[in-house]
Design a protein around this ligand. Sequence first.
Ligand code: FAD
Ligand code: MLT
Ligand code: ZN
Length: 540
Amino acid sequence: MLARIGRATCVSASQRFLHVAVERNAAFGQISEKDVAFFEQLLGAGGVVTDPDALEPFNRDWQKKYVGNTKVALRPRTTEQVSELLRYCYSRRLAVVPQGGNTGLVGGSVPVFDEVVVSTAAMNRVLEFDEVSGTLVAQAGAVLQSLDEYAGQRGFMMPLDLGAKGSCHIGGNVSTNAGGLRLVRYGSLHGSVLGLQVVLPQPLAGAAGAGSGGGGGGGDGRVLDLLRTLRKDNTGYDLKQLFIGAEGTLGIITAVAIQCAPRPASVQLALLACPSFPAVTAALRTARRMLGEVLSAVEFLDSPCSHLATAHLEGVRNPLLQGGAAEGGGGGGGGEGVTHGSVGSAPFYMLVETHGSDADHDQQKMERFLEAVMGDGSVVDGTLAASEAQAKSIWRLREGVSEALVRRGAVYKYDVSLPTSSMYELVEALRARLAAAGFGADAGVLVVGYGHIGDGNLHLNISAPRYDDGLLSLIEPYVYEYVSRHNGSISAEHGIGLMKAQCLSYSKGPVAVELMRRIKEVVDPYGIMNPYKVLPPRPA
Ligand code: FAD
Ligand code: MLT
Ligand code: ZN
């Protein structure tokens, strides 16, 4: 059986086809009644989902773009159950997709064919919290926002934050190496994750029965226990790093130890309007210089993004647009019902946030920063949130962009790292390219840019009335070639998943890809863990 993965496509220079055809691996077993009976006996009837309607949310992703056909979703509650079910799947060669909150944006969290979904939704307990060091240990299915609330009650915060915080799981965050809104301050999960517990698909011969003291893992050698909370642990290969960003292709993360940060006593947030993209980068430089040690987020969005969020999401407004003036022009380059030069409209907006411990001091710093950027013209208008409610409302404008795009229609999503000073040139170049081919704003196609400018991370999105192969062929491989030419990355933070598995070589050389393949083969020789994702198939 050959599945045409409609929009999980990539066209390499030598392959002039639009759809990447993915073939079901015939070596994988197919789910039988006997398998279901085994799972029910292991997890109880409540831990096994087989009803087709109830399976629907496990089979399709957040964007409703990738749709699989699993016949069974499992909801284990303990590491032992995960270990048992993987032992069984391994012996039956049943392919497995780990699933957290299913908010991933690259088609990694849903089956391609009939893979068994292993959901971490029922593994949501906090296991340990150290109020001196701020280390938190939780099961993989704990929802990021709940963990942040838990840490908040103890004077701490989670070191990552993202628009999907109300649904995504900490295990999913680690598996995608999620970046988010505050990486500029709190760093990547490669730094803040202190330990992991992972269930491997196959037992490591020779390790079976070894004690778990010192993180050795026990049982049949399938549970890799790296669940330490030490800041420093320099004992050879740092194996946990392999699973951070592995997107479920090497094993199932069952617990995470993470370093929380002290919750800031003072938070300042400014929304700024900038007259051009160079002005955005100038303001970023000033923010780094003048806000240095308290800077906690620097985000940007262009005016079509602001317009999309205010137009498609209830209660979202841009406080810099008095009277709800329409936006457009400049960096935006057009959008529906757009009027140019309306009161307060600007081509770009920035969010600059500080986290500190002294409100007077931080406010003074923020005010001096605002004076500087307004004085040199890099910012033409701005507002400072005067309350937590105002800050939330400003964040909603930025965080709501992805949801607004999905509501508008079809979205082609790209998440790239590029040199910061020129990153918006890709948006402009693609906008011109599509318009020249008849896919301009008048055809309802919007090319927009937003993202984590403080981290050199651009979210390039193309919003269109419907998915169209002709449009796609103008976008890919153009975007990947552009990014590769500029020494960027085709995935800054969302991962590779199914969407970009065939495109990995735009960002990784042949030696790196081969080493990744070999690691995968050692850990998962039957390839049952999240097949078809991340790694391109070996050339025949
Ligand atoms: P899922 O989507 O369920 O899974 C993602 C991948 O991880 C899949 O490959 C899956 O197989 C694997 N996986 C999940 N759990 C496990 C586990 N326990 N063990 C092994 N593998 C596992 N991402 C960012 O980086 N930054 C952002 O700012 C950001 N903002 C977002 C905003 C919105 C509105 C949305 C919808 C998404 C956003 N994302 C962002 C993408 C997504 O939320 C993150 O990738 C998130 O970390 C995924 O977590 P999840 O629990 O939903 O994982
Ligand atoms: C964001 O920064 O808003 C997220 O990564 C989601 C997206 O890119 O749409
Ligand atoms: Zn992002």
